[in-house]
Design a protein. Structure first.
Length: 112
């Protein structure tokens, strides 16, 4: 049986996850929500919430963002209107870029 190598995460990623988890935990406590109340609202287990609050990188990003939204942690430092504007901008930009990237098989002739 093949065992996969453990994923290595950069310090930046680890710090960002720890920060987001801490913000979620603090916001939950400020709103006086128990872990049980929040997990029932989100439809997740208490263990998963614990992992999110501890900054576990293996948690689903959608679940983490949903928990952040439920406790009022702003994502991307943007309100809903600003977030929609930026999302539209990125979608327009992606529409102009190629759908996929392929390596060129032709040698580049840069001899002038």
């Amino acid at each position: 049986m093949n065992k996969s190598k453990p994923q290595a995460y950069s310090y930046y990623t680890q710090d960002a996850l720890a920060l987001l988890g801490g913000l979620i935990c603090a916001a939950r406590k400020e709103r006086k929500l128990t872990t049980q109340e929040l997990t029932e609202r989100a439809g997740i287990s208490r263990g998963l919430l614990r992992r999110i609050e501890n900054g576990d990188p293996k948690c689903s990003i959608g679940t983490v963002f949903e928990i952040a939204a439920l406790v009022g942690v702003p994502l991307f430092n943007a309100d809903k209107k600003s977030l929609r504007f930026h999302r539209g901008y990125v979608e327009e930009k992606l529409a102009l870029l190629p759908k996929s990237i392929r390596k060129s098989t032709k040698p580049i002739d840069d001899d002038f």
